[in-house]
Every structure is written in C-alpha cells, then in structure tokens.
Design a protein around this ligand. Structure first.
Ligand SMILES: [Zn+2]
Ligand SMILES: [Zn+2]
Length: 179
C-alpha cells in the first residue's frame, strides 16, 4: 500500500498521486479552508480591502445562514454594521500607528551633524587670507628642555599640533559634546 498524501488544511488523506493532489488542491473545499486559515493571519487592511470590493451581500449566506465559499465568496458575508465596525477598527489602528510613529520620532535623538573645522573655517573665516587663518590658531613648539634631551622619537602626546592638525580635527568624533 502506497503512502497517502495528507492535507494539513483539510485534515484529510488522499491518494498520493499528482493528479489527485492537484484535483484536491483546486477543489473549492480545500481552497476555502486554506483561505480561512490564512485569513487568521491577515492584517485588518487586507481584510478590509477585500471586503470593500464585495459590493453585493451574499444571498446564500444571509438566506440560509451558510455559504460554502466562506471568505472566498465574491459577495459579502458581512452586514453593513459589521463592515462599518471593520472600517472603524481600521481607522483606530491607523491612528494608533501614526501616534506610535510620532512618539518614536520624538524619542529618537537627533542625528548629530559632524562639525568639521574646515567647514567652520570657510563659513566664518573664509574672507581671511591663508596666513591670517594660520595665525588664528595657537602655535605650539616642542619644549626646549625636550629638545635639549635630543630624543630621537618624541612621544605622540608631546608632539605639538600644527596647523593641519587643527584643520582636520573632528570635535564630535571624540566625545566632545558641546551641550
Ligand atoms: Zn486540502
Ligand atoms: Zn457567499
């Protein structure tokens, strides 16, 4: 006896051959069960969109209390009241989403613009000559005592910054918070 194909949606086993499986999967019953299964995970927006397209009420459903097509039905199984309720729910959800985004934005720290000395210079001292800009910065020299020691390599912390060091300095990149 060959293994049988088991359909999880329908909780039913069928002969394990492609024709039978195809026929089963295309059947209305399977399609309806499958659709209703996924409907549970559909968001409100999708449900509402589909409902809006169903312009007519389902006669079968409202006259007999049941329609085999379920959510697959091209006609609506919802009363005007139920439709309105869906619309209200959706509006409420949208409102909540907007509020949530607003709060999130408020709580997010503004992105700090990296302050570049170069930018500052061109903005505030752009009118000055190059030598004037150079004079704008303090000048540092290796202390005479160290020179006297004739050290071949000066420790980095003792190396005096030059003009270019100031120019290329990025204050915000090293925990200099102006606030
Ligand atoms: Zn099935
Ligand atoms: Zn129907």
């Amino acid at each position: 006896m060959g293994k049988r194909y088991y359909c999880d949606f329908c909780d039913k086993s069928i002969p394990n051959n492609s024709d039978a499986i195809k026929k089963h999967n295309e059947g209305t019953q399977h399609q309806t069960i499958r659709k209703n299964y996924y409907l549970k995970y559909k968001d409100l927006e999708t449900i509402l969109e589909e409902e809006r397209e169903k312009t007519h009420p389902c006669i079968r459903f409202f006259n007999h209390g049941h329609c085999n097509f379920g959510e697959l039905c091209w006609s609506s199984h919802r009363t005007q009241e139920q439709k309105q309720h869906l619309e209200d729910l959706y509006r409420l959800e949208c409102h909540k989403k907007v509020k949530f985004e607003e709060e999130k934005r408020k709580n997010e720290a503004p992105i700090k613009k990296k302050i570049q000395v170069k930018e500052y210079l061109s903005e505030h001292l752009g009118h000055l000559e190059k030598h004037e800009i150079e004079n704008f910065f303090p000048k540092y020299f290796v202390p005479k005592k160290i020179k006297l020691l004739n050290m071949p390599i000066i420790p980095p912390s003792l190396v005096p910054p030059n003009f270019n060091d100031f120019i290329n300095y990025e204050p915000n990149s090293w925990s200099d918070d102006p606030n």
